[in-house]
Write a protein that binds this ligand. Structure first.
Ligand code: GTP
Ligand code: SPV
Ligand code: MN
Length: 654
C-alpha cells in the first residue's frame, strides 16, 4: 500500500484548517523535526515516547494536533493497565458503570441522539465523482455511496476540526487489522478524543506496541475522529456522552487512505478500523491489489465424517451474521467454529483457492435477540472484559435486553432501561435500544477457530448472500455460476433494521450487503468480482438464503438459529456434487423435497418455505431491471446485465 505523493497536496491554500491539512511530502525529511516540533507547539505528551515513533507518524500526529488543539497527547499501548486506568476514570465521571454480576463487564449509555451509523452523512471524497458513484439515471440519487468533492470536504472540515479537541486529550491508537505483520494485514492509526473509543478499539482491533515495528516501510491508514464538542462545552452533555449529532460527518479519502469522522461516538461512526477502514478504504486497496474486502462472516463447519469446510456469508447489518458465525448445530455430530462475524478480507492463493482472514479482533454484536437459546456462544463470549452500549441493567447488576425475558432468574427485578428509566418485564416499551450492542474479545468465544488468527487465512468454498425477506424468497437456493452469483448479490435486498437511521420495515436494496459500506463505483466493484474469476482459480459456489420468510399469520416459516445447520448441510452436500438433491428453478437450484434434514423439527411447511411464486418473481424481475438501470446504468458490467436478461426470461416460464 503506498500513497501517491501528488495526491498529498492541500485542497486550497486558504484558512487555518487547510494549511494544517497539508501533508509534508516524503522527500522533505531534512525539515521534519523542526516542522514537527513547531506544529506540536506546546501540546504536552501525556503518555508514550513521541520521539521513538516513526517520522511519518510524528508528522501525522503533529499536523493534527496543530489543527485540533487538544490539551495533551496520549499514545496508547493497548495494555490492560492502560485500559484499567481509563475505566476507573470513566466510572468516576459516570460515563461507564460496572455490571457487578460479571468480571470486568461495563455498561455505557449514549446520548439518545447517537445510537447508530449515519449512512446519510457518510461520504467518499474523490476528484472524479464517478470514481465514487455510478452513472445513475438523470434525477436519481445514487444509494450506493455518497460523493463529496474535495473542495467541499475542505469547507466541511474547516468548519468542524480546527480546535475541535480543545480541553480534551487526543489519544493516538496504533492498530492492526488482521494479525500484526500478516501478509493480508494492514495498519491504521486512529486519533480520537473519545476514551470510549480507545477502550472499544482495544477490543475490536489489535492495539499494541508491535504495530510500530510492523509499520516499517509500509504506510498506514490515517484515522481522525472527534466527538466534536470542544471544551468549554456550550450545550448540555447527556449521559456524559459528548457528541454533536447535528454536525456529524464521516468522510473518506480513498486515494490518500484517510478517514475524517466528526460528531458521533457510536459504533461504525467512531471505531474507524471497522466499516470506514476495513470496508470502505480497504475495498479500494483490495481493488488495486486484486483482493476483496467484504461485509461477511467466516465460519468453519465440520461434518460428522470429520471433514471441515469454510464458508463466508454476506448479510446486511442486523440480519444474522454473528448468529450464523457462532451457530450451535441442532444436528448431531456437526461442529461450527467461528473465524469472524462481520468482515472478511479475501485473496486467492497460489493454489487457486480463496483465502479469508477476519481483520477484526472482537465482536461488536447486536444485543437484542441474543440469548442462551439463540446464540449461547455469543453469551459465553461476553461474560467478561466486555462493554455493553445502550442495553438495560437489572438491579442485580446484570445486562438485560429484549429476548432475555426467559433467562433472568428474577422476573420481577427492577430494570433500568437504556434511557435510564425504571421498568419491569411486561411493561410497555422496550428496555434496550434495538441497536444496542456488546463489544467482546473474539478470543473469549468458546468456539473460536484455532486458525482464526492464521495470517494466511482459511480457504473458502462457498459464499452465501441473504437478507430479511418476508415474502417470495425461498429458504435457500444455489446460483448457477460465479456470474449468476454476482448478479444475485447485486440484487440483494432486506427489510430495514435499526443498525442505521432508517425506520420501519420496508424492504430496501442492499447489494452485496455493502450499500452502506461501498468504497467506490458499484459497477466497477461488480466488475472487480467478475475479474477475480480465472481458469486456474477454484471459484466458491454462491448461494442465497432467507431465514426470515413469513406465513400469512406473520410468523417465521423457519426456526432459524441452530437449525440453520440443516441448510448448511444441504450446501455442503451440493459442494460435494450431489445433483439429485437439487431442483432447478428460474432463480437457481432449490432443494428437492425432503433433501433438507428436518428430523426433530416440529411442523415445517416445506412448500411455502421453498416456493418460487410466479407473480412475485415476475414483478421482482421488473423491479431489479429498474433498479440496476437507474442505479448502475452504463456502469453495469455486461455479464451481469446478461444474467439479468436471462433470469427475466426464465422467470416468464414460471
Ligand atoms: P451487524 O453486526 O449489524 O452487521 O449484524 P449481523 O448480521 O451480525 O446480525 P446478528 O447476527 O447480530 O443478528 C441480528 C438480529 O437477527 C438478532 O436480533 C438476531 O436474534 C436475529 N437473527 C439472527 N439469526 C436469525 C435467524 O436465523 N432467524 C431469525 N428469526 N432471527 C435471527
Ligand atoms: C453494522 O451496522 O453492520 C455493524 C455495526 O456491524 S457498526 O459497526 O456500527 O457499523
Ligand atoms: Mn456489520
Amino acid at each position: 500500500m503506498s500513497v501517491d505523493p501528488n495526491l498529498l497536496t492541500p485542497y486550497k491554500n486558504t484558512g487555518a484548517a487547510n494549511a494544517s491539512l497539508r501533508q509534508i511530502s516524503e522527500d522533505a525529511f531534512y525539515v521534519v523535526n523542526e516542522v514537527v516540533m513547531k506544529r506540536l507547539g506546546h501540546v504536552p505528551i501525556l503518555k508514550g515516547d513521541f520521539h521513538l515513533l516513526p517520522a511519518k507518524v510524528q508528522r501525522f500526529i503533529a499536523e493534527k494536533a496543530e489543527l485540533m488543539r487538544p490539551r495533551g497527547i496520549f499514545i496508547c499501548d493497548g495494555s490492560q493497565h492502560e485500559a484499567d486506568e481509563l475505566i476507573d476514570k470513566l466510572i468516576e465521571r459516570g460515563m461507564l458503570s460496572k455490571l457487578e454480576a460479571y468480571e470486568n463487564n461495563y455498561i455505557c449509555r449514549t446520548d439518545p441522539k447517537d445510537v447508530a451509523r449515519v449512512e446519510s452523512k457518510t461520504w467518499m471524497v474523490t476528484k472524479n465523482k464517478y470514481d465514487t458513484v455510478t452513472h445513475t439515471k438523470e434525477g436519481v440519487e445514487p444509494i450506493m455511496g455518497h460523493w463529496l468533492a474535495p473542495e467541499d470536504l475542505a469547507t466541511e472540515l474547516d468548519s468542524r476540526f480546527p480546535g475541535c479537541m480543545a480541553g480534551r486529550i487526543m489519544y493516538v491508537i496504533p492498530f492492526s487489522m488482521g494479525p500484526v505483520g500478516g501478509p493480508l494485514s494492514k495498519i491504521g492509526i486512529q486519533l480520537t478524543d473519545s476514551n470510549y473509543v480507545v477502550l472499544s478499539m482495544r477490543i475490536m482491533t489489535r492495539v499494541n506496541n508491535d504495530v510500530w515495528d510492523a509499520l516499517g516501510n509500509q504506510d498506514f491508514v490515517r484515522c481522525i475522529h472527534s466527538v466534536g464538542l470542544p471544551r468549554p462545552v456550550k450545550q448540555r452533555v447527556i449521559n456524559h456522552w459528548p457528541c454533536n449529532p447535528e454536525r456529524v460527518l464521516i468522510a473518506h479519502r480513498p486515494p490518500e487512505r484517510e478517514i475524517w469522522s466528526f460528531g458521533s461516538g457510536y459504533g461504525g461512526n467512531s471505531l474507524l478500523g471497522k466499516k470506514c477502514f476495513a470496508l470502505r478504504i480497504a475495498s479500494n486497496i483490495a481493488k488495486d491489489e486484486g483482493w476483496m474486502a467484504e461485509h461477511m462472516l467466516i465460519m468453519g463447519v465440520t461434518r460428522p465424517c470429520g471433514r471441515e469446510h469454510f464458508i463466508a456469508a454476506a448479510f446486511p447489518s442486523a440480519c444474522g451474521k454473528t448468529n450464523l458465525a457462532m451457530l450451535e448445530p441442532t444436528l448431531p455430530g456437526w461442529k461450527v467454529r467461528c473465524v469472524g462475524d462481520d468482515i472478511a478480507w479475501m485473496k486467492f492463493g497460489e493454489d487457486g483457492r480463496l483465502y479469508a482472514i477476519n481483520p477484526e479482533a472482537g465482536f461488536f454484536g447486536v444485543a437484542p435477540g441474543t440469548s442462551n437459546k439463540t446464540n449461547p456462544m455469543a453469551v459465553a463470549t461476553f461474560q467478561k472484559n466486555s462493554i455493553f452500549t445502550n442495553v438495560a441493567e437489572t438491579a442485580n447488576g446484570e445486562y438485560f435486553w429484549e429476548g432475555l425475558e426467559d433467562e433472568i432468574a428474577d422476573k420481577n427485578v427492577d430494570i433500568t432501561t437504556w434511557l435510564g428509566e425504571k421498568w419491569h418485564i411486561g411493561e410497555p416499551g422496550v428496555a434496550a435500544h434495538p441497536n444496542s450492542r456488546f463489544a467482546a474479545p473474539a478470543n473469549q468465544c468458546p468456539i473460536i477457530h484455532p486458525d482464526w488468527e492464521s495470517p494466511q487465512g482459511v480457504p473458502i468454498e462457498a459464499i452465501i448472500f441473504g437478507g430479511r425477506r418476508p415474502q417470495g424468497v425461498p429458504l435457500i437456493y444455489e446460483t448457477n455460476s460465479w456470474e449468476h452469483g454476482v448478479f444475485t448479490g447485486s440484487c440483494l435486498k432486506s427489510e430495514a433494521t435499526a443498525a442505521a437511521e432508517f425506520t420501519g420495515k420496508t424492504v430496501m436494496h442492499d447489494p452485496m450487503a455493502m450499500r452502506p459500506f461501498m468504497g467506490y463505483n458499484f459497477g466497477k466493484y461488480l466488475q472487480h468480482w467478475l475479474d477475480l474469476k480465472t481458469d486456474s482459480r477454484k471459484m466458491p459456489k454462491i448461494y442465497h438464503v432467507n431465514w426470515f420468510r413469513k406465513d400469512s399469520n406473520n410468523k417465521f416459516l423457519w426456526p432459524g438459529f441452530g437449525d440453520n445447520i440443516r441448510v448448511i448441510d444441504w450446501i455442503i452436500r451440493r459442494l460435494d456434487g450431489e445433483q439429485e438433491i437439487g431442483v432447478e428453478t428460474p432463480i437457481g437450484t432449490v432443494p428437492a423435497k425432503g433433501s433438507i434434514n428436518l428430523e426433530g423439527l416440529g411442523e415445517v411447511n416445506w412448500d411455502e418455505l421453498m416456493s418460487v411464486p410466479a407473480d412475485y418473481w415476475k414483478q421482482d424481475a421488473q423491479e431489479i431491471r429498474k433498479f440496476l438501470d437507474e442505479q448502475v446504468g452504463e456502469d453495469l458490467p455486461e455479464p451481469v446485465r446478461a444474467e439479468m436478461d436471462a433470469q427475466e426470461k426464465r422467470v416468464q416460464t414460471l
